[in-house]
Design a protein around this ligand. Structure first.
Ligand SMILES: [Zn+2]
Length: 531
């Protein structure tokens, strides 16, 4: 097995990928090297910037340098002793309308230059294309992939099988399923570059998730052309392990300065929001006095530092089990990113299935966006599918969440517990559950189970969250079979929504129902009588 997973959070993983040159840790960013026009030497990419891997383009190498990389070997040719991946150049070939190289030649060339990770010559789908064209790209890529296994001679190279289909998700499904049956060591999502350039991160979520759900989950997934650090956490959270970035250099050429939250034009900055070794020693004004070439180098280097720092933050977040929090924070960099994170609701069941649920730290709940996080989905699923109420309980007493956690240690609950205690006989019949955001219904005997007490929630709750909790309450009452429902209502925090659903579902199921305001002192006496 060339890929070993060490840590997981959401669909993200920290893994070890064994290549013939050395073992590398994922998620891994491969800066794109174009030996013909390279602002930063490959050697410095490793020694100064700490990049363990690079990617370069086999087609460009062959076109510009022919046999030189074959004679020297790619590592010596680039003067880089770490891991090198080669892209087949399919994208360039298509955009230049050039077909002077065959799929066979691309495979043979990559073997003869001794690359570590190699890509077959696929046929990228692109963005503004018809479904008929898209289908053609899927079929042609698959045909080439099958032929490839008859052409390749080297077993020590990791081969990449690209998934195509673009925005046509049924085609992505088909492509991922068929490619997934072939024994590639790495899979890739082909050419989402235009989707990203158009800020359609919501479409990107669909594309990645469709590929992910139909590919072997234990193999690494490469996302081609995902070069901006502000979307790294999104792609990694969805299970992309490998990325390549030409953006650091392209942006530099256009005087654009990357940050983990977006991009600035260099000329518009008065202060550098960065303390990388390059930015720490200069000011935007000073850089404006540099030559274009010097400025390009400065920006390339800064951009790389930013990419590398964001990747490290994400890895730490995976280790801490706080990738969701990191993702939500980044999603506020741009409305299109938040839109993409909202799209995760569509895939919450799959993400929950593959994500660890128990973590070392508590979770932060900010808004209804967090309702899709696996811990919330997991609790709802558990309650729905596995939970059985105490046998003798006939009365459900619903109490709103308290600031104190676990809830049963709160002042509010202690008052009620005293009441119940006074009448031991009836106590057997009363079952206390809390209604709480974001988890919905929390039976008292579970309120110390992770993460039902280990979370912080923003108040006041937003409308969608209140509705979610109300829905959970209604479903819980509908399926559990109590005879009587007593609701401690908190009109301020819950807007009457919980009261309304409880009333409605009790009527429908023919259950006795009473509600009391938790804010009124007289409620305790009334509650006692209601037992
Ligand atoms: Zn910097």
């Amino acid at each position: 097995m060339s890929f070993e997973v060490r840590e997981k959070d959401l669909l993200a993983r920290i893994g070890r990928l064994q290549t013939k040159t050395r073992k590398v840790e994922t998620p891994l960013l491969f800066p794109v090297i174009n030996p013909a026009i390279q602002p930063i030497l490959p050697k410095d990419m490793g020694e100064t910037f700490g990049f363990e891997a690079l990617i370069t383009n086999a087609y460009i190498l062959k076109k510009h340098f022919q046999n030189e990389p074959i004679k020297k070997g790619l590592h010596r040719f680039l003067d880089y002793d770490r891991v090198i991946m080669t892209d087949s150049g399919a994208y360039q070939i298509l955009t230049h309308g050039n077909v002077e190289i065959s799929p066979r030649e691309v495979v043979e060339y990559q073997e003869s230059i001794d690359t570590d990770i190699a890509t077959i010559l696929d046929w990228p789908t692109g963005w503004k294309v018809t479904s008929v064209y898209a289908e053609k790209t899927v079929n042609e890529t698959l045909k080439r992939a099958k032929q490839f296994f008859e052409i390749k001679t080297r077993e020590d190279i990791l081969w990449v099988g690209p998934v195509q289909g673009g925005k046509y998700l049924d085609l992505v499904t088909e492509s991922a399923r068929e490619m997934g049956r072939l024994p590639f060591q790495v899979y890739a999502l082909g050419s989402p570059t235009e989707v990203m350039e158009n800020y359609r991160f919501d479409v990107l979520v669909d594309m990645i998730m469709t590929a992910k759900m139909n590919l072997p989950i234990d193999k690494p997934l490469h996302l081609f052309g995902a070069g901006h650090p502000f979307m790294f956490s999104l792609a990694i959270a969805l299970g992309c392990d490998l990325f390549d970035s030409a953006a650091y250099a392209i942006y530099a050429r256009e005087n654009r300065y990357m940050t983990e939250n977006g991009t600035h034009r260099l000329g518009e900055l008065d202060y550098f929001p960065c303390t990388c070794p390059r930015c720490a020693r200069t000011t935007p004004k000073q850089t404006s006095e540099l030559t274009q070439k010097e400025r390009e180098t400065f920006l390339s280097e800064h951009n790389l530092y930013v990419c590398s720092a964001e990747l490290r933050r994400i890895k730490q977040a995976i280790k801490d089990g706080r990738l969701w929090e990191h993702l939500e924070m980044r999603s506020h960099s741009h409305p299109a990113l938040l839109q993409a994170v909202k799209k995760l609701r569509k895939y919450e069941q799959f993400i929950e299935k593959h994500s660890p649920i128990v973590k070392n730290s508590g979770l932060f709940f900010f808004s209804s966006v967090g309702l899709s996080r696996p811990e919330v989905v997991h609790h709802a699923k558990n309650l729905r599918e596995r939970y059985v109420k105490p046998k003798q309980a006939n009365t459900l007493l619903l109490i709103p969440q308290t600031l104190t956690k676990p809830f049963h240690k709160s002042r509010e609950y202690k008052q009620i517990a005293k009441l119940i205690d006074e009448d031991k006989e009836n106590f057997q019949k009363v079952h206390v559950c809390f209604y709480a955001a974001p988890f919905g219904v929390v039976p008292i005997e579970l309120d110390e189970v992770y993460p039902l007490s280990q979370h912080e929630t923003t108040l006041p709750l937003d409308k969608e969250t209140i509705e979610y909790v109300a829905n959970q309450v209604a479903n819980y009452i509908s399926r559990t079979g109590y005879g009587k429902i007593l609701l401690m209502e908190d009109p301020e925090d819950w807007n009457g929504t919980i009261l309304n659903v409880c009333r409605k579902v009790s009527k429908k199921k023919n259950l006795k129902f009473k509600s009391f305001s938790i804010k009124k002192a007289s409620s305790m006496e009334k509650l006692r009588l209601a037992f």
